[in-house]
Write a protein that binds this ligand. Sequence first.
Ligand SMILES: Cc1cc2nc3c(=O)[nH]c(=O)nc-3n(C[C@H](O)[C@H](O)[C@H](O)COP(=O)(O)O)c2cc1C
Length: 308
Amino acid sequence: MSRQPDLGVTIGRGLTLKNPVMSASGTFGYGLEFAPLMDLGLLGAIVVKGLSLLPSSGNPPVRIVETPCGMLNAIGLENIGVEAFIADKLPLLKTFNTPVIANIYGKTRQEYEEIASRLDSEEAVAALEVNISCPNVKAGGVVFGTDPRQAHEVVKGVRKNTGKPVIAKLSPNVTSIVEIAKAVEDAGADAVSLINTLTGMAVDIDRRRPVLHNITGGLSGPAIKPVGLRMVWQTAGAVGIPVIGLGGISNARDALEYLLVGASAIQVGTANFVNPTACIDIVEGIRAFCIKNKIEKISDFIGSLETA
Ligand SMILES: Cc1cc2nc3c(=O)[nH]c(=O)nc-3n(C[C@H](O)[C@H](O)[C@H](O)COP(=O)(O)O)c2cc1C
């Protein structure tokens, strides 16, 4: 194949990406931290750290522990707050030729709605990713994401307060991911992203103490990829909106696995801590795979898994 493959994908209304690779919230700072390491313009999109209405210092340390094939974190959504993001980060972020997706988080439905409304007037924000799945905070987060009715209400409230594409970020800590995905689709979400972290725990037998100050944390990294793949496959087969897949993607083959089972795009999280250029390496790896396999458009590969 002499022509370059078309890696472009569309996620819901009006959000077109030059390739399907995004950074995952909370693992890529506010994007700018990675600018010295790569051309941010080569990414499909940048998803920034979860933003709350007011700045938050998160949980006390210890907040991170390495586990076999992954890590547990209990950061508790430390962030600079939505106003500081708009004033201090967005002006520079928008100079890179890449859509910026704001991940948002509230302790109450009203807080989600206020943040959504505040960001709605910011032209440089391409879409909102609504985190209803953080396992490390006492209020909000996963409480909304594990109950279909509450998930519906939060997304409906955000939908009313923004004209931007709304992506609902779902928790794997549920019995039926499809039930939650359908509830947020029905509430007007343009896409869903999954999975957030799986609740886990680490203990120290010498001190007889939990390792994390928060006691429990969210498991991420290669260990969770099979769970993410299964949930993306189930969800993509059950909803009519695009599914963004993540969980344990470390290289282009992992990313392609998610695309194969039906993800319209993917996000790279924990791998950024191991290899800061993982996102760019994955874009290049997907391109090389397409060239080698004569795939002209990545959209032809998406969801092409054969199970019969
Ligand atoms: C240190 C850390 C911080 C995170 N912060 C957020 C966050 O602010 N908002 C959010 O929606 N997800 C957050 N996540 C979840 C990731 O975006 C992602 O869903 C999860 O880590 C699974 O992907 P991975 O295995 O590629 O890391 C965080 C994950 C980690 C490891």
